[in-house]
Design a protein around this ligand. Structure first.
Ligand code: PEP
Length: 248
């Protein structure tokens, strides 16, 4: 059975005291869910959070270098993440694709660096509003997945989590409808079936991201191919994040 996951992407939010308070609040909230809970705070806080006793929270980085180590000022390597106990790392968030001009090829190299260092990539894909309107979104998503993931072997792809995040829904308050989310998740799974096998595709968690909140999480998570969520804004408040976790 594939993992159900709720991951919170804090992005570049939270000064130290707020970050500590949110972490403590999440770490002491008792959830009854069997869902894997992940937070992706700014990298500055990862080491400290990792050194605390995390009851049920796993850590993700928001980014890492595609290089192993060396003269890459400002970068953090996958092996450094692993060495402090970080289990996951976001790859290809649309904000990094847009602002840092991250290409499919670079993301492929980041996926490789992470898998080599036993950190699980949470690979983000999704179309912008123009592509949604023109109907070309299937090709966009297929291209992103094929170019950055389909070089992986069967056992490697099973280590990857995929997050479908339509750009037009990120931080906009506009959520993909439950039907739209299921349609794309089923499409992504069908690509995995075609390239690998039904059994492999069945083991890969596919998360939805884009204005997911407590009020719509249940409806989204009810879909058979939606295995959880990657949450932005609603992950910055302990109560709303916990309510999303409890939405399964
Ligand atoms: C995100 O940035 O990954 C995200 C899903 O943001 P939001 O929930 O705020 O739309």
């Amino acid at each position: 059975m594939r993992k159900r996951i709720v991951a919170g992407n804090w992005k570049m939010n939270m000064n130290n005291s707020d970050a500590q308070a949110l972490f403590e609040s999440l770490n002491t909230t008792k959830t009854v869910s069997s869902t894997e809970i992940i937070i992706a705070p700014p990298s500055l806080y990862l080491s400290e959070f990792a050194s605390k006793k995390c009851k049920q929270i796993y850590l993700a980085a928001q980014n890492c270098s595609d290089n192993e180590n060396g003269a890459y000022t400002g970068e953090i390597s996958a092996s450094m993440l692993y060495s402090i106990g970080v289990k996951y790392c976001l790859v290809g968030h649309s904000e990094r694709r847009q602002y840092q001009k991250e290409s499919d090829l670079l993301l492929k190299q980041k996926v490789n660096a992470l898998l080599k260092n036993k950190v699980i990539p949470i690979f983000c894909c999704g179309e912008n509003l123009d592509k949604r309107k023109s109907g070309d979104f299937y090709q966009v998503i297929q291209g992103q997945i094929e170019n950055s993931l389909f070089h992986l072997t069967d056992s490697q792809i099973k280590e990857v989590v995929i997050a479908y995040e339509p750009i037009w829904a990120i931080g906009t308050g506009v959520t993909a409808s439950s039907g739209q989310a299921q349609e794309i998740h089923a499409f992504i799974r069908s690509l995995l079936v075609e390239k690998y096998s039904l059994q492999t595709a069945d083991e890969i968690s596919i998360l939805y991201g884009g204005s997911c909140k407590a009020s719509n999480a249940k409806e989204l998570f009810m879909n058979r191919d939606v295995d959880g969520g990657l949450i932005g804004g609603a992950a910055l408040d302990a109560d709303s994040f916990s309510a999303i976790i409890e939405s399964f």
